[in-house]
Design a protein around this ligand. Structure first.
Ligand SMILES: *Cc1c(COP(=O)(O)O)cnc(C)c1O
Length: 417
């Protein structure tokens, strides 16, 4: 895709993006995005789009949203200097601590924002999909907070991988619906939730968990998650005395990454998105959509996807449920095409190793998703000594204990510097 976009076009699109002019009125980020949905879904999407236009930037809505972020989510989240990691890597390492947000990850920013929007739109019920379970937990909590019933669609495979989160959702008052169709992970859960939404578009609000899908979701989620990058930018100036040379975030659907990157797009720094490299580069062995995928339509959006030569969407593999998705947000597809953001992959093993290193040097048990960003940041640091890096620490790893138990720590090999 990169080679098909001329330098002048790339420059113009990046400028429009930095100026807040994307997506355009058709929900497009350059050639990507849009709304490719069946006729039956059009009224639901149009109603949502109108609601976003009416309320999202309305002063009263923003006041309420900002207050919830402050008083209930616990924002601003800390920016932590990582002294021992800095010494080991030879760079100055800073962490944006979304793991400290209520329910343990960045997903709560989006969930509470959309739950407030659902209220304004007069919805009687919220439905949500979940992969890692984190978005389901965030949605369940946000719906309890605003007083709306919540049903969470979750693939049967993920239910097994993320048992603690299933219990948390139930306890927070949500109904968890097991999805046995398709790949039984996130993609199937989204399909199932969309089917449910069509049955009652006026009474149901669909609370989508990442910057993916048809317009206006990629835009809506970016706007709600940009608080991460807005805070981090100011905190870097205040605490580090300057902006980073490079900023890293893991990319599943791309919501924590776009939230961190978007407010930094106009600044002079490298931005690096890190996908799940899984066990190898073959189809089905990873979820590295941007690094190894091709353009196509998935779940209502023209974006980069993992598909075979016949256009069949491929199942993916990653050790982290939250990165295990065969598509990616369309705004990332544009950021790759214009060259503004570089996307790389980290393998399951590299992620596990990075997780262990962060635990033992900084006392932070990070999420397996997040560990991918650390793995890439370490590699970059070794090639670029003396620089300053910022890493989006998207969530905490408590939810990953069932997986991590299978990989006992390797005799504290990172313990001493
Ligand atoms: C869900 C999740 C991700 C991946 O989702 P994005 O939309 O790509 O941010 C990353 N990190 C954590 C901790 C998650 O829970």
């Amino acid at each position: 895709m990169k080679s098909q976009m001329g330098a002048a076009e790339a420059k113009a699109l990046l400028k429009a993006q930095v100026n807040g002019e994307l997506p355009d009125e058709r929900g497009r980020f350059g050639p990507f995005g849009g709304r490719y949905v069946p006729e039956t879904l059009v009224p639901a999407f149009e109603k949502l789009e109108q609601g976003v236009r009416e309320f999202l930037h309305d002063a009263a809505f923003q006041d309420e949203f900002r207050r919830e972020l402050r008083e209930w989510v616990g924002r601003p989240t800390a920016l932590s200097y990582a002294p021992r990691l800095s010494e080991r890597w030879g760079t100055e390492v800073w962490l944006k601590r979304e793991d400290l947000a209520h329910t343990g990850a960045h997903k709560i920013n989006n969930a509470i924002g959309q739950a407030l929007l659902a209220k304004r739109l007069g919805a009687k019920r919220v439905i949500a999909e979940t992969g890692a379970g984190q978005h389901g937990v965030a949605s369940a909590a946000a719906c309890a907070r605003v007083g709306l019933p919540c049903s969470v669609y979750m693939g049967a495979v993920d239910i097994e991988r993320q048992a603690p989160n299933v219990d948390r959702m139930t306890r927070l008052g949500a109904e968890v619906v097991a999805v046995e169709s398709g790949d039984k992970t996130l993609r199937a859960a989204i399909d199932e939730a969309l089917r449910k939404w069509v049955s009652d578009p006026d009474g149901i609000y669909y609370l989508l968990g990442s910057a993916v899908g048809a317009h206006p979701y990629p835009y809506l989620v970016r706007e709600l998650q940009s608080v991460i990058g807005e805070e981090a930018r100011q905190q870097m100036l205040d605490q580090a005395g300057g902006l980073p040379d490079a900023t890293f975030a893991c990319v599943g659907g791309g919501s924590n990454a776009i939230g961190l990157f978007y407010p930094l797009l106009g600044d002079d720094m490298e931005l690096i998105g890190v996908e799940a490299g899984g066990t190898g580069s073959g189809l089905g062995q990873n979820a590295a959509t941007l690094a190894t995928g091709t353009p196509g339509v998935l779940q209502g959006s023209y974006t980069m996807i993992l598909q075979d030569d016949d256009g069949q969407v491929q199942e993916t593999h990653s050790i982290s449920a939250g990165l295990d998705y065969s598509g990616v947000g369309p705004e990332h597809a544009l950021l790759q095409a214009t060259g503004r953001v570089t996307y790389v992959a980290a393998s399951d093993d590299e992620a596990l190793d990075a997780l262990e290193e962060l635990c033992e040097t900084e006392g932070i048990l990070t999420a397996l998703e997040t560990s991918h960003a650390f793995a890439a940041a370490r590699e970059w640091s070794q090639a670029n000594p003396g620089k300053r890096v910022l890493i989006g620490n998207s969530g905490r790893g408590d939810k990953d204990m069932p997986t991590l138990t299978k990989y006992p720590p390797r005799i504290r090999k990172h313990a001493s510097a």
